[in-house]
Design a protein around this ligand. Structure first.
Ligand SMILES: *Cc1c(COP(=O)(O)O)cnc(C)c1O
Length: 581
């Protein structure tokens, strides 16, 4: 039973306090106060929050879900605006090939309540969107949806359907915010697919009596564009014709329409170029990424990004017993931020406790694996003494899932030396033929060798549950992005938090730390890197054989990375940047 009368929703009145604004301008002091009615708003085309019925594609969505959970814990008024996709993709392996299957999803089953409809204009029609919401204590998920909304990332980037989804999120989401009586203290654009939220605000201000240039200033001061990509050139473009059909009909202000039209270059536009224009605040997701992201504004100047390294919600991603151990040792506080003297307190970590926690994690892994058979349909079960390497991440080229298989004989020798297992999991993007082929060739290589076939396991349909189970239950994790191409990465953070030995290239958020804090893979070329990778795998095996080495490595990793991976640290960084005292 829907009990709408329990809530009071404001009518569709003007969302902005234009008088307040002019008052602030007079005092030369644009404040950004945050309150329950004026929350931090976070816009994302992707949310990875299976508990709430929304499955994402990868790190971008996991980060969004974690950010909301952390805000909730830190009692930050926070509204996350996202689409609810009525269908999602799962992957199954059939005859050595990965196949997509599509599953319908009903939001009612996940505690969302229907609020009302809002409409946007596209191609001469009114399109109606259902506004649904799920409230928590301090935060909420506000979603827009309709039966033909499609799946996350369906269609090609740059296609009409993607533009429709993005416009629906921006203009529809902005109307949804008004519907529930909220005003944004800040608009955080989690990547450029959410650009239209800021545009909707600019249009609202400019068509409601604010001078256009002042509306631009106001919007810019209250918009943060968070970039997760390295190269602007790789981004999709839209044409003027597409904007005429999907974007312009939703604009009330002629000045805003003119402003956007002027930003087209040869009839085409990249959302990043206009996101840069509409957001004064810009951030990258690790120190290295903020430094190397190669973006230029329309005047040709290189864009400066503030480095705010991603973190994880440790409550979600850490074995509860391990978290409790950290708390008891006093190395993290009640919001999971490292304490002032966590570095000294780490000294109390013992190898016997690490092994005990890993045994608990191993049981958890075995439980989960009952639902995830490997490529041969086997249900895997590992004993406490089995050594497990894992490689769990999206199958995209730069993450190089094939690298450890380049010398199968060497890989086999390493595994055989300790009778170790290698678990490989990750989803291939639909339509990525290159990676589909790489996965197929890895699977056929494994199938040809009896030892590898019984010790290397590919698990399809990688998701949050599997990510958690592997983090808590394996011994060493392998992370091999080509240096310079990973913006941050959060999978490795889950491993550090769960006492796994990290084998990684020095990239993304890993490069926030020192090269000596983990088992670093580097080299002048891929051949050299491969050789180092195999050495590091041997070292990881040796570390787990020796209590002193195990303690030392884990302490070292935690000492360097606990502040990096802490979601509370990330949220505080955002708050300090957005709402400076
Ligand atoms: C944590 C997680 C990710 C994050 O991947 P990165 O590429 O390391 O940022 C992706 N997918 C799932 C299912 C996850 O749980």
């Amino acid at each position: 039973m829907d009990n709408s009368e329990a809530y009071f929703y404001h009518p569709l009145e003007n969302i902005e306090d234009i008088d307040d604004f002019y008052e602030a301008v007079k005092r030369n002091h644009l404040t950004k106060s945050i309150s329950d009615e004026r929350p931090y708003t976070y816009w994302t085309i992707e949310l990875y929050d299976q508990k709430n019925g929304i499955r994402g594609g990868g790190g971008l969505g996991v980060l969004a879900a974690d950010t909301r959970r952390i805000a909730e814990k830190m009692e930050v008024p926070f509204t996350l605006i996202t689409p609810f996709y009525p269908s999602e993709t799962h992957q199954v392996v059939k005859d050595g090939l990965v196949e997509d299957i599509h599953v319908p999803i009903d939001y009612h089953k996940f505690g969302f309540r229907y609020i009302d409809k809002v409409s946007i204009k596209c191609c001469g029609n009114l399109c109606y969107l259902d506004v649904i919401e799920k409230r928590f204590k301090k935060s909420r998920i506000l979603a827009i949806t309709e039966p033909n909304f499609g799946e996350l990332y369906s269609g090609m980037s740059g296609s009409d359907h993607r533009l429709y989804q993005e416009v629906a999120l921006g203009f529809g989401g902005y109307a949804a915010l008004k519907l529930v009586g909220l005003k944004p203290a800040i608009i955080q654009l989690n990547e450029v697919a959410t650009f239209f939220a800021a545009l909707a605000r600019l249009d609202e201000l400019s068509s409601n009596g604010m001078d256009f240039y002042e509306a631009v200033v106001y919007t810019r001061k209250h918009t943060l564009y968070t970039n997760h990509t390295l190269v602007q050139a790789a981004e999709a473009e839209f044409s003027l014709d597409q904007f005429e059909r999907y974007v312009f009909p939703n604009l009330k202000s002629l000045a805003v329409k003119k402003w956007i039209s002027d930003k087209f270059v040869s009839g085409r536009i990249k959302l990043s170029s206009i996101s840069i224009e509409i957001a004064e605040l810009k951030s990258g997701v690790s120190k290295l990424h903020a430094r190397v992201a190669n973006y230029h504004d329309l005047a040709g100047n290189k864009v400066k990004f503030k480095a705010i390294t991603n973190g994880i919600d440790m409550d979600t991603w850490t074995l509860p017993e391990t978290l409790e151990y950290y708390r008891n040792l006093g190395i993290i506080d009640d919001i999971n931020a490292p304490t002032v003297n966590y570095g000294e307190l780490l000294d109390h970590i013992t190898s016997s406790k690490i092994r005990e926690l890993k045994r608990i994690g191993r049981n958890k892994l075995n439980e989960t694996l009952k639902h995830y058979p490997d490529q041969n349909g086997r249900v895997l079960k590992f004993s406490n003494s089995d050594f497990i390497f894992d490689f769990k991440r999206r199958f995209v080229d730069y993450k190089r899932p094939e690298l450890p298989f380049i010398d199968p004989v060497r890989l086999r020798n390493i595994l055989e030396s300790r009778n170790a297992h290698y678990i490989l999991t990750g989803r291939v993007h639909s339509g990525d033929y290159n990676m589909t082929e790489k996965l197929r060739s890895i699977l056929s290589l494994i199938a040809k060798d009896d030892y590898l076939n019984s010790h290397v396991h590919y698990i399809s349909d990688y998701d949050e549950r599997l990510a958690f189970a592997l983090s808590v239950g394996s011994n060493a994790t392998i992370n091999l992005p080509i240096v310079g191409l990973e913006a941050c990465g959060t999978s490795w953070m889950k491993d550090v938090s769960n006492l796994n030995v990290l084998i990684s290239t020095h990239d993304g958020g890993v490069a926030d730390g020192s090269i000596n804090a983990y088992l670093n893979v580097s080299g002048h070329d891929e051949g050299e890197e491969l050789n180092v990778l195999y050495q590091r795998m041997e070292e990881a095996l040796a570390i787990w054989e020796n209590d002193f080495d195990l303690e030392y490595s884990i302490k070292m990793q935690l000492n360097t990375f606990l502040p990096v991976i802490s979601g509370a640290r990330m949220m505080n960084d955002y708050l300090n940047y957005l709402f400076p005292k």
